[in-house]
Design a protein around this ligand. Structure first.
Ligand SMILES: *[C@@H]1O[C@H](CO)[C@@H](O)[C@H](O)[C@H]1NC(C)=O
Ligand SMILES: CC(=O)N[C@H]1CO[C@H](CO)[C@@H](O)[C@@H]1O
Length: 263
């Protein structure tokens, strides 16, 4: 009689208190979340420019000019051996096709080299850096001297002005210190060489596709973590059950002892 009374009271106390126990422990799973593993360290600084340009997109003509003038070594050396790095503006093959007048084949070897060197800055710039650059006036290129480019950051779109041709960055091919390669819509023609010629016919504007650096593993990462969060929630609910068990046992023990004293 005594025992069954204690048992019934303990049971009802358990039923009443278990939601309380749930409420208490439900604030705890934050402590159970495992700390995410840090992203893998960035790859080696060495970037093979010729290889990258050959596989990254339609930059065959630009690469051919770099190789025929041997300036690929100058570019690669700047990427390898300077602390500053390099920023390259790679015109698409279409941009070279759109050049009718003035044609690059009319240039002397030195002029051609200057035009190719004009497509690189002797420093690594991330896309976000161009906002700052735009207020600093003409920026020296690898061609040096009067071969400068003006930049404007038009709410995220980086526009270039050679004094002779205007274009914009349409895609980030590669942007990891010390090497940035950005796709541009037009061949950059320096005013110092082309300033006396009639302007080229404007190329039709290709579709803008600003794509992030190709190697972002975000999709793989989120896939990975859906499984981890699943196991996390199941382990925390197991802990919740355990916790409430202990709690109700304690409550029934206390209540039981209390009942014994009074019955
Ligand atoms: C750049 O570095 C790579 C790897 O260290 C090397 O193979 C290549 O010859 C270097 N090129 C230049 C131009 O310094
Ligand atoms: C970034 C991160 O937390 N990744 C984890 C996603 O889930 C997998 C599998 O459980 C873990 O191994 C990763 O560390």
């Amino acid at each position: 009689m005594e025992f069954s009374g204690i048992f019934m009271i303990s049971c009802s106390v358990m039923l009443l208190c278990s939601p309380l126990a749930y409420g208490q422990v439900s604030s705890r799973p934050a402590a159970m979340t495992p700390t995410p593993t840090p992203a893998p360290a960035p790859g080696p600084a060495y970037v093979n420019l010729a290889y990258l340009l050959s596989v990254a997109g339609p930059y065959r003509t630009f690469l051919n000019y770099l190789e025929s003038t041997k300036l690929i070594d100058t570019f690669q050396n700047q990427a390898n051996n300077s602390d500053l790095g390099i920023t390259i503006f790679a015109p698409k093959d279409d941009a070279f096709k759109a050049l009718k007048k003035p044609s690059l084949s009319d240039l002397s070897d030195d002029q051609l080299k200057s035009v190719i060197l004009f497509h690189a800055l002797p420093k690594y710039y991330a896309l976000a850096d161009f906002n700052d650059l735009s207020s600093k006036g003409p920026v020296s290129t690898l061609a040096g001297g009067q071969y400068t480019l003006d930049f404007t950051d038009d709410s995220g779109t980086v526009r270039l002005d050679s004094g002779w041709s205007k274009t914009k960055v349409t895609s980030a091919v590669h942007s990891t210190d010390p090497v940035a390669i950005y796709q541009v819509n037009k061949v950059l023609l320096p005013e110092a060489i082309f300033g006396t010629n009639i302007p080229p016919t404007p190329a039709p504007a290709p579709a803008i596709d600003i794509s992030p650096a190709a190697d972002t593993p975000s999709a793989a990462k989120s896939k990975e973590n859906s499984s981890s969060s699943k196991s996390d929630s199941s382990s925390s609910s197991a802990c919740r059950i355990m916790n409430s068990d202990i709690w109700t046992q304690m409550v029934s023990a206390v209540v039981g002892g209390w009942m014994v004293m009074f019955l």
